[in-house]
Design a binder for this molecule. Structure first.
Ligand code: ATP
Length: 227
C-alpha cells in the first residue's frame, strides 16, 4: 500500500482585497481535499494583469486580518519577498524545495484563470510540481479543446485519494457553490460610494475604512456611515 501524503494547498492571487469568496473557497478546498493547510500567497507583481490598487503591505495586512482564528489557513509572503513578476512556476519550485517529495502540493486556481493558463511562464511544468485544484467560477467552463484541454484532460480525477497518493500531477475540480463576489466588484462597490461590508470579513472592512483604501475617503455616503 502506498503512503498517504499530507496535502498542502497553495492559493495564489492578487487579493486586492481578500474577500468572502476567497475565504469560502480556501476553506472548502481545505475540507474537501483533506488538506493539512492552505497557504494564501499574495502576488507581488502579477505578470498578466494590471498593477494592484492597494500596496503589497496593505494586501498582506488584509489577508492576515482575514485569517485570524482560522488556523488551517496561512499567509505565505514568498512572492512579496521576490523582486520582479510573480511567476507561479518559481513559487512552486520554491515550495517544492521547502517541502520535498514527501508532501503533495496543490495549486488552487479559479476556472476563470484556466482558459489562459497557456500564457503562464513554463505552464506545462506546473502539473509536474503540484496538483491543480480548480475552483468553479460562474460562466467559466473548463476548456474542451486547445492546448490547455489537451494537457489537463488526462490528469483529471474526482477521487480525493489520488491527491494524496503522489506529490503532484493530477487535476481536481472543486465542485463548490462559489460566492458571486470578486475583488473587482468590491473595488467598484467602494468606488460607487457604497458599503462593501457584506462582501468582506469584518476586520478587512474596518481596515479599508481606517486606511481609506479604494477611494473610500472621497465618498459622502461612506462619511455618513462612519459618523
Ligand atoms: P479581481 O476581480 O481583481 O480579478 P478576484 O476576486 O478574481 O480579483 P484574485 O485575487 O485575482 O481575486 O483571485 C485569486 C483566485 O481566487 C483566482 O484564481 C480567482 O479565480 C479566485 N476567486 C476569486 N473570487 C472567487 C470566488 N468568489 N469564488 C471562488 N474563487 C474565487
Amino acid at each position: 500500500m502506498t503512503a498517504r501524503l499530507p496535502l498542502v494547498a497553495c492559493y495564489g492571487g492578487t487579493f486586492d482585497p481578500v474577500h468572502n469568496g476567497h475565504l469560502q473557497a480556501a476553506l472548502d478546498v481545505c475540507e474537501r481535499a483533506g488538506c493539512r493547510e492552505v497557504r494564501l500567497i499574495p502576488c507581488h507583481v502579477p505578470p498578466h494583469r494590471a498593477v494592484p490598487a492597494a500596496s503589497a503591505a496593505a494586501r498582506q495586512a488584509m489577508l492576515e486580518l482575514a485569517l485570524v482564528g482560522r488556523s488551517q489557513l496561512r499567509v505565505d509572503v514568498r512572492e512579496l519577498q521576490r523582486d520582479g513578476p510573480s511567476y507561479t512556476v518559481d513559487t512552486l519550485l520554491s515550495l517544492r524545495e521547502e517541502f520535498g517529495e514527501g508532501v503533495a502540493l496543490g495549486w488552487v486556481l479559479g476556472a476563470d484563470a484556466v482558459a489562459g493558463l497557456n500564457v503562464w511562464r513554463d505552464w506545462q511544468r506546473l502539473p509536474e510540481l503540484a496538483h491543480l485544484l480548480i475552483l468553479d467560477r460562474p460562466g467559466y467552463p473548463l476548456p474542451e479543446r486547445g492546448p490547455v484541454a489537451r494537457e489537463l484532460a488526462p490528469r483529471l480525477t474526482t477521487v480525493v485519494a489520488d491527491l494524496h497518493a503522489r506529490p503532484a500531477g493530477r487535476v481536481w475540480c472543486v465542485r463548490q457553490a462559489p460566492l458571486a463576489v470578486s475583488a473587482t466588484a468590491v473595488r467598484e462597490t467602494l468606488a460607487a460610494g457604497q458599503s462593501a461590508a457584506h462582501l468582506l470579513p469584518l476586520p478587512v472592512w474596518a481596515y479599508i475604512k481606517q486606511q481609506r483604501l479604494y477611494g473610500y475617503e472621497n465618498d459622502l455616503g461612506h462619511k455618513a456611515e462612519s459618523e
